[in-house]
Design a protein around this ligand. Structure first.
Ligand code: B16
Ligand code: MG
Length: 221
């Protein structure tokens, strides 16, 4: 491959918003009297809002009609965005800014590919709205990861062939989405969960342009 673009997932790669999702889903689960743990929350990473609610209802063996599902998803989002609105630039995960600036200086395009409909709010709160050449998120696509739509959309927006893109992702559903898009994929997190990725790193602090070029030659070709 010839690397021309890097597409970054947002939650879990550039910021740690999983903890805020957990607090909001936990509150909803308590209201619905459904036991919900941090381990259960792992299953929601990278999964869309409505699919996340389905998983929680399944944990509680509960069935709700569509109107109630929409109501509860909206309630969760209000609690979640109460946390997001208070986010600050120091919540950007270590190494992310340095790496993205390095890519930009080398002429490599950078984009966001996130399932979250709150992407614009998060980028604005942590002060990196203008850092990306394009943003594809839950507002611009219909199909959730592992469908490749969000990453293909990001590639289209920056005008780069999917075969020349590398995705950085923290969720198994996102890794599968990147592979389905015909892109290379670097997992960010634990190898046990992200084993399908071409390579796994613990966090972006562990990545720089030189390492990426070595990976490109040795693994991603
Ligand atoms: P929202 P990502 C995902 O973001 C989160 O990992 C996932 O937990 C969440 O349910 C999903 O966004 C939808 O988020 O409710 O804000 O639209 O990891 O794809 O950046
Ligand atoms: Mg994620």
């Amino acid at each position: 491959m010839i690397l021309k673009a890097c597409i970054f997932d947002l939650d879990g790669v550039i910021v740690d918003t999983a903890k805020y999702h957990y607090l909001a889903w936990k509150k909803l689960a308590e209201q619905l009297e459904i036991p919900f743990t941090e381990t259960d929350n792992e299953r929601l990473k990278g999964v869309s809002r409505m699919d996340s609610l389905e998983i929680i209802l399944e944990l509680g063996h509960k069935k709700l009609n569509e109107d109630l599902k929409k109501k509860y998803a909206a309630q969760k989002n209000t609690w979640y965005t109460d946390h997001i609105k208070r986010m600050t630039p120091d919540e950007i995960l270590p190494g992310s800014l340095e790496f993205i600036h390095e890519l930009r200086n080398a002429g490599i395009r950078v984009a966001i590919g996130s399932a979250s409909k709150n992407t614009p709010l998060i980028l604005e709160r942590v002060g990196i709205k203008g850092l990306f050449d394009a943003v594809a998120d839950g507002n611009s696509v219909e199909k959730a990861k592992p469908d490749p739509e969000v990453f293909l959309k990001a590639a289209e927006l920056i005008g780069v062939d999917p075969a020349n893109c590398v995705v950085f992702e923290d969720a198994a559903a996102g890794i599968q989405a990147a592979l389905n898009a015909g892109m290379k994929c670097i997992g960010v997190g634990a190898t046990e969960v992200l084993g399908k990725a071409h390579f796994v790193i613990p966090g972006l602090r562990e990545m720089n342009l030189e390492k990426l070029e070595i990976l490109e030659r040795e693994i991603l070709l």
